[in-house]
Design a protein around this ligand. Structure first.
Ligand SMILES: [Zn+2]
Length: 256
């Protein structure tokens, strides 16, 4: 069917709507060890300039900030993630910011989460949150590149590297996923960090804020890109892995 010239035809994906969150694959696939990168970082950047994820072979943490993609590898080094690199799982938005909030001097990540849940009470929407400032302390983690046959993320996370930093300036990149989307993405807020000097980053397990400001964006449009390989179809993605996801993604994980 030819749609050329049709009014209301979809716009080019090169300019995604700002309130659309796009995720590549689903969290349960990553939990089950589906670490092969099938989506290019270039594709991810076409769908957003702000977000989180990982890289091919679970090779560290992915941070997308201001249209650039960074890898924090298993040793904690921050590297540019070129557009030809691949990812098995990422979530991005084109960040424009709906509103801004002055952050409290939160003494923990849980306290920061509670603040945003109260002040941006869109419990059933995706929300992107950007926090810029100075941190008293930060607890970050990354994971080391894996080789097949892959183990589950719960197993791999037992070997995660954890770093504690003090007095550091940078940006928290947060994607909040509603509870109804469990199995699809990390429910609650998934936070990654990148320092202003681009030398320190990772998945955030905890933090204590000295002084910070935030902007946020409520997303009303949600796009899920799925892998079309047979390996993906063989995964039992309907399993309830909420407690395992929570253990892997939070400070309650075995790495602490
Ligand atoms: Zn993460």
């Amino acid at each position: 069917m030819v749609l050329a010239g049709c009014r209301g035809a979809p716009r080019d994906d090169a300019d995604p709507p700002p309130r659309r969150v796009t995720q590549f694959s689903v969290i349960n696939a990553l939990m089950l060890g589906d670490y092969d990168g099938v989506f290019s970082i270039g594709d991810v950047l076409e769908h957003g300039d702000f977000g989180v994820g990982t890289l091919d072979h679970l090779d560290g943490e992915l941070i997308v900030l201001d249209g650039r993609a960074y890898q924090v590898n298993g040793e904690g080094r921050v590297l540019d993630a070129g557009s030809d690199r691949k990812t098995p799982f990422a979530t991005v938005v084109r960040f424009v910011g709906d509103g801004s909030l002055r952050c409290p001097a939160a003494r923990s990540l849980a306290e920061l989460d509670a603040f945003f849940e109260q002040r941006v009470p869109h419990a059933n929407s995706f929300v992107a949150v950007r926090v810029e400032g100075r941190f008293e302390t930060l607890t970050l983690r990354s994971v080391a590149r894996q080789e097949p046959p892959y183990r589950s993320l719960s197993e791999v996370a037992k070997e995660q590297a954890v770093w504690h930093h003090e007095k550091i300036a940078g940006t928290l990149v947060g994607i909040r996923t509603p509870a109804w989307a469990h199995g699809l993405n990390v429910t609650g807020t998934h936070w990654h960090f990148l320092s202003n000097d681009r030398r320190v980053g990772g998945h955030v397990l905890d933090c204590r804020i000295e002084q910070a400001a935030s902007t946020y964006q409520v997303c009303t449009d949600w796009l899920v890109r799925l892998d079309d390989r047979p390996e993906f179809d063989r995964l039992d993605l309907g399993r309830d892995m909420r407690s395992q996801v929570s253990d892997v993604e939070s400070a309650r994980g075995v790495g602490e």
